[in-house]
Design a binder for this molecule. Structure first.
Ligand SMILES: [Fe+2]
Length: 189
């Protein structure tokens, strides 16, 4: 299974709301966020875009997550601007662990694919991948306030978006060192 539902606890709404309040200016105008120097930004210039924002270690939400889920490099991902985040492979990550804060619509599905003929490396990292080169092997409607794990080193997409999707995210511990390097490098942008 490339997408798995996890039996982790629900995150208190007041902690989520407090965190979203801090990034309200980003949620109101996500394009402007590329001007900011804080955070790891991945943009696929086809249809929807995705950006990730590192959460402040001192925030009450991070404290709750560290205590109740585990100590991780916590971030919030937003996806906006189109109805599909195209098939892609995340650079530098193997697993993504996601908590759905806002699904972005009632029929938003996360899909996982296997390559048809080319191998994963030939398909490219962090770039949109053609549907001609892949076959969908799993499709899940990931519900609000639930946790999921996703193999992000395999091809995946998000489809059926009607509005902004907001996800709380962490990566597997073996990915975190790599992410720290990427994030730190990007702080000078
Ligand atoms: Fe991804």
């Amino acid at each position: 299974m490339l997408i798995k539902k996890l039996d982790y606890p629900k995150v208190p709404v007041n902690l989520i709301d407090a965190e979203l309040k801090k990034i309200k200016h980003i949620l109101d105008d996500p394009e402007s966020a590329s001007e900011h120097s804080w955070g790891y930004v991945t943009e696929l210039d086809v249809e929807a875009s995705i950006k990730a924002f590192k959460l402040d270690k001192d925030s009450i939400l991070v404290k709750w997550l560290d205590d109740n889920i585990g100590e991780h490099y916590w971030s919030i991902h937003i996806i906006w601007g189109g109805n599909t985040l195209p098939p892609h492979i995340d650079p530098g990550r193997t697993y993504g662990f996601n908590y759905v804060i806002e699904p972005g619509g009632t029929n938003v599905v996360t899909k996982s694919y296997e390559p048809r003929e080319k191998n994963i490396k030939e398909l490219g990292l962090g770039v949109p991948i053609s549907y001609d080169d892949i076959t969908c092997v799993q499709e899940e409607l990931c519900s609000k306030n639930k946790w999921y794990s996703l193999r992000v080193d395999q091809v995946h997409s998000v489809e059926g978006l009607e509005g902004m999707r907001i996800i709380l995210n962490y990566s597997s511990p073996e990915d975190e060192q790599e992410l720290k390097t990427i994030w730190n490098a990007r702080q000078d942008i």
